[in-house]
Design a protein around this ligand. Structure first.
Ligand code: NAD
Length: 422
């Protein structure tokens, strides 16, 4: 097993591996299983030819990494962003394996991405890119093989195109091939809010554990997209005081609390810039992370809290909405500051949990009320929180390593039972 000494802090794959390694060592994982779980099962690169609206032929690069199928079909989102790299997709795929295992749902892990800037593409171009990417991957996808979902830069409409393209290839309608679909196409009630709702449930549980009160509890959220805006809204409605928010263009800070319902309408209804919202002091997108608060929720992108700035974080609870917002070298600094960390593979697992419910509903052809979805989500998140905390106490490790240990233990157990097919 390697060491943390030579790590490139900003390479998310190396960060993911370093945590895996610490947890595997604490668990005393056998060398063979360590090697097996360290590497992905399969990495697919596709070159996607697309005729652009102006008639030019462009080629985009797309990836799908299937990290593990040990506990079930692969599961994981698809990201459209100019920053996508194979290493990033690898890291995100392994996090999906651990995340599904932490919340104990019967999936392995995968992730996909296309290097493109969705903001610069027309809907017709996005549709062509999505359909060709899906067609190229069709033999590896399927409800029993690999089930994508939305992530940064992708949404319900893109999931609908994936479902349609896959269905055309297999000559029948297969709703269960993707999750995060529109409700009219086999999507689940509550899926859109699920990641944010999961973050709320985990934060509530953390507050109870630390003897803190919800009323007036000061929250700062980085990112105001699917995850950030939803958790902001749900927390505001639950009595938290959201004092800071930011998106890629800038941040807003108001220690008396921001009117999140009005801001939500401003950004997502009226399509105006978050930083132009009256009722707060303007900051830069990342400066918001370092203002004093009780709960800090990074819900944008990776590598936001690093060895260079972790000493500036001033919260009691760090609840990770984004995947990989904290680098491995920042972990020790946060530990020394006594910050209670709710790691991404636990805190943001609400999305994949309701994706699992969606997959179950599609296979049953029977759909649940939103209250049933939310109730089942709450049970899964609370139980998983308790299990992670139990591991942390038993093994005397921080919550992040505890979550990895719980996950690796579960996947390794399944792998030992299955054995290695020669
Ligand atoms: P999104 O595209 O809907 O929103 C991203 C938000 O982050 C936007 O408001 C954007 O302006 C902001 N942002 C981007 N760069 C920023 C920067 N440098 N500083 C501040 N803000 C910045 O994406 P999303 O679905 O909300 O995903 C956000 C994060 O949550 C990602 O890390 C994703 O992997 C993770 N996640 C998403 C889900 C899900 O269900 N969508 C589930 C689990 C984890």
């Amino acid at each position: 097993m390697g060491t943390q000494a030579a790590i490139n802090e900003y390479n998310v794959y190396e960060s993911a591996e370093a945590r895996f390694e610490i947890a595997a060592r604490k668990l005393g994982l056998e060398e063979g299983l360590y090697k097996y779980l360290k590497y992905p099962n399969k990495e697919i690169t596709v070159y996607i030819p697309v005729v652009m609206d102006d008639g030019r032929l462009e080629v985009f690069i797309g990836y799908r990494v299937q990290h593990s199928l040990v506990r079930g079909p692969c599961k994981g989102g698809i990201r459209y962003s100019p920053q996508v790299t194979l290493d990033e997709v690898r890291a995100l795929a392994s996090w999906m394996t651990w995340k599904c295992a932490v919340v104990n749902i019967p999936f392995g892990g995968a992730k996909g991405g296309i290097i493109c800037d969705p903001e610069k593409l027309s809907p017709a171009e996005l549709e062509r890119i999505t359909r060709r990417y899906t067609a190229e991957l069709s033999e590896w996808l399927g409800p029993d093989r690999d089930v994508p979902a939305p992530d940064l830069g992708t949404d319900e409409q893109i999931m609908a195109w994936i479902m349609d393209t896959y269905s055309m290839h297999v000559r029948r309608t297969v709703t269960g091939v993707v999750t995060g679909k529109p409700i009219d196409l086999g999507g689940s009630r509550g899926r859109r809010e699920a990641t944010g709702r999961g973050l709320l449930i985990i934060t509530n549980r953390a507050l109870a554990r630390l003897g803190m009160k919800i009323s007036g509890c000061r929250v700062i959220i980085q990112g105001f997209g699917n995850v950030g805006a939803t958790v902001a809204r749900l927390m505001h409605e639950s009595g938290y005081r959201v004092i800071g928010v930011s998106d890629v263009h800038g941040g807003l800070y108001n220690e008396n609390g921001i009117d999140i319902s009005a801001l939500y309408d401003w950004v997502h209804g009226q399509k105006k810039l978050l930083v132009d919202f009256p009722g707060g002091e303007r900051t830069s997108p990342d400066e918001i992370l370092f203002r004093p608060c009780d709960v800090l929720i990074p819900a944008a992108i990776e590598n936001q809290i690093t060895s260079a700035n972790a000493h500036r974080v001033q919260c009691r609870i760090l609840c990770e909405g984004a995947n990989g917002p904290t680098t491995v070298l920042a972990d020790d600094i946060l530990d020394r500051k006594g910050i209670f960390v709710m790691p991404d593979i636990l805190a943001n697992a609400g999305g994949v949990t309701v994706s699992y419910f969606e997959w179950v509903q599609d296979r049953q052809g029977m759909f649940w009320r939103e209250s049933v979805v939310n109730q089942r989500l709450q049970e899964v998140m609370e139980h998983s929180f308790d299990e992670v905390l139990q591991y942390a106490e038993t093994h005397r490790v921080n919550n992040r390593i505890a979550a990895y240990m719980l996950a690796i233990d579960r996947v390794a157990k399944a792998l030992r039972l299955r054995g290695i097919y020669a």
